[in-house]
Design a protein around this ligand. Structure first.
Ligand SMILES: Nc1c(C(=O)O)ncn1[C@@H]1O[C@H](COP(=O)(O)O)[C@@H](O)[C@H]1O
Length: 165
């Protein structure tokens, strides 16, 4: 799936089975009107494509890469190894270990090759996208104002919360 404008954010995932989680990153990018591309890229199953994707990311204009994977989640780290574009890693819940394996695979990078690692699952995917928006907002005042408005709405919603007491 690819949007029309030149993508600024790449959303990649190890399998189409990760989409249930990673769609929450895409939803945020759409909400903020950030041009993105989304595709399945697997370090394990398609290593040559993964290297090409990472090596060409910066020249193609990507300013952040959101990479989600589950289990032995090498994708974010291997992409980070081949590009200086910031990589935001999303641990996808796994079948047997609930995504704790994914989290530890992504977060324990060696010093010098960072992957900014988010929470397991849907909230992590959404927050990775919000972080990509914040990175882009540093040079885009319109986007910054949309992010401020988003936070203001969130505050209002929290303030309006009631409890059944
Ligand atoms: N962790 C990786 C990588 C990788 O890191 O390159 N490639 C696929 N996968 C993960 O395998 C899980 C099961 O994939 P399938 O459902 O396709 O069997 C997915 O969560 C995917 O991210």
């Amino acid at each position: 799936m690819t949007e029309q404008a030149k993508p600024l954010v790449g959303v990649i995932m190890g399998s189409s089975s990760d989409w249930d989680v990673m769609q929450h990153a895409v939803a945020i990018l759409k909400q903020f009107g950030v041009p993105f591309e989304a595709s399945v890229i697997s370090a394990h199953r398609m290593p040559d494509e993964m290297f090409t994707y990472a090596e060409t990311a910066r020249a193609r204009g990507l300013r952040a890469i959101i990479a989600g994977a589950g289990g032995a989640a090498h994708l974010p780290g291997m992409v980070a190894a081949k590009t200086i574009v910031p990589v935001l890693g999303v641990p996808v819940p796994s079948k047997y270990l609930r995504g704790e394996d994914s989290l530890l695979s992504i977060v324990q990078m060696p010093k010098g090759v960072p992957v900014a690692t988010f929470a397991i699952g849907e909230a992590g995917a959404a927050n990775a996208a919000l972080t990509a928006v914040a990175l882009l907002a540093a040079n885009d005042e319109d986007l910054a104002q949309r992010l401020v408005a988003f936070r203001t709405e969130q505050t209002a919603a929290a303030q309006a919360m009631t409890l059944p007491v």
